[in-house]
Design a protein around this ligand. Structure first.
Ligand code: SAM
Ligand code: DTB
Ligand code: SF4
Length: 331
């Protein structure tokens, strides 16, 4: 059994990314099998609980008020709408419900409202995750006490490339929020975006930051940039799909016991590319036909993909048992 390390240097991580693809995937798949059932995939569903008009200037994001993107802005959703979406997600087979808000950080007043959402969604037997921007220590503690299982806060890219993408908050701000989440006792969900024009070394540096945290994030979402018209990154050169697969494999090797989520960008990926990502150690995805504001392959497509690959959705703590059933049996 490989013991998780927290002392990777950049050259070591880059050397993984440089391996012949067969060697890299073999290593990743070997590590994967030491820690996980190779044919089970954790399934989460996303809901945007507050959409658009965000004061941050993240160059990739359609929700930033700094870019001219046509999206429908929404104030914080009422509890009953959130609950209805959570029930639908559970009925479709998701075990975790992730709620995202286009905020720099939640105000204390908004925190009260999202805490009610956490309690209500948990009562439905779903795991809960939120991504609300930066958190103060006290806010993280309150969310944790309310029962929030996971907090998502991404590092997005390497410390060196970060300044090309975001100017309104620093890398250290992000690390500080991650520390607050960890100290409050919640599971950490932290990942990044590939295909923003970064180099392979930047990808290595991003992975190194996460692998060298005192404790590995329990969940590591690897997003492929969704190029949205009106954002500054629209129209840049696309990343080689095999480079994406390589990064998934290196993530698996570096954080052997973490869930690696094949996150945004799947509508642009062939089934064959996604199959390679699973082979490289991805074992989680977002389910449902929208991410926050952009499209995602629908459940039917994903169930067909699971069927083709002999994969099955992982069952959650209180989800109905379906582990002996082929994925299509619950469709
Ligand atoms: N506002 C909060 C924050 O940024 O922390 C939470 C929501 S934000 C939309 C969550 C994450 O979505 C970002 O950190 C980024 O990694 C990802 N994301 C946003 N736009 C994306 C895009 N166009 N392509 C891929 N990932 C994207
Ligand atoms: C993450 O790493 N990816 C998800 C989730 N965490 C919140 C968000 C992807 C957003 C893609 C762009 C959109 O739909 O607006
Ligand atoms: Fe705002 Fe989050 Fe989008 Fe950045 S990624 S603009 S913080 S919603």
């Amino acid at each position: 059994m490989s013991t998780p390390r927290h002392d990777w240097n950049t050259d070591e991580v880059e050397a993984l990314l440089d391996l012949p693809l067969n060697d890299l995937i073999f290593r990743a798949q070997t590590v994967h099998r030491e820690h996980f059932d190779p044919n089970a995939v954790q399934v989460s569903t996303l809901l945007s609980i507050k959409t658009g008009a965000c004061p941050e200037d993240c160059a990739y994001c359609p929700q930033s008020a700094h870019h001219e993107v046509e999206i429908e802005r929404e104030r914080l959703l009422p509890l009953d709408e959130v609950l209805e979406a959570a029930r639908n997600a559970r009925a479709q087979g998701a075990t975790r419900f992730c709620m995202g808000a286009a905020w720099r950080n939640p105000t204390d007043k908004n925190l009260e409202r999202v805490i009610e959402m956490v309690r209500a969604v948990k009562d439905e037997g779903l795991e809960t995750c939120m991504t609300l921007g930066m958190l103060k220590a006290e806010q993280a503690k309150r969310l944790s006490e309310a029962g929030l299982d996971y907090y998502n806060h991404n590092l997005d890219t390497s410390p060196e490339f970060y300044g090309h993408i975001i100017s309104t908050r620093t890398y250290d701000d992000r690390l500080e929020t991650l520390e607050h989440v960890r100290e409050a006792g919640m599971n950490v969900c932290c990942g990044g975006i590939l295909g923003m024009g970064e180099s392979r070394r930047d990808r290595a540096r991003l992975l190194q930051q996460m692998a060298n945290l005192p404790k590995h994030p329990e969940s590591v979402p690897i997003n492929q940039l969704i190029q949205v018209e009106g954002t500054p990154l629209h129209g840049i050169e696309h990343l080689d799909p095999l480079e994406f697969v390589r990064t998934i494999a290196a993530t698996r090797i570096l954080m052997p016991a973490s869930y690696v989520r094949l996150s945004a960008g799947r509508t642009e990926m062939s089934d064959e590319m996604q199959a390679l990502c699973f082979l490289a150690g991805a074992n989680s995805l977002f389910y449902g036909d929208t991410l926050l504001t952009t499209p995602n392959p629908g459940e039917n497509h994903d169930l067909a993909l699971f069927e083709r690959l002999g994969l099955r959705p992982e069952t959650g703590p209180e989800a109905p048992a379906q582990s002996d059933q082929p994925a299509s049996a619950s469709a």
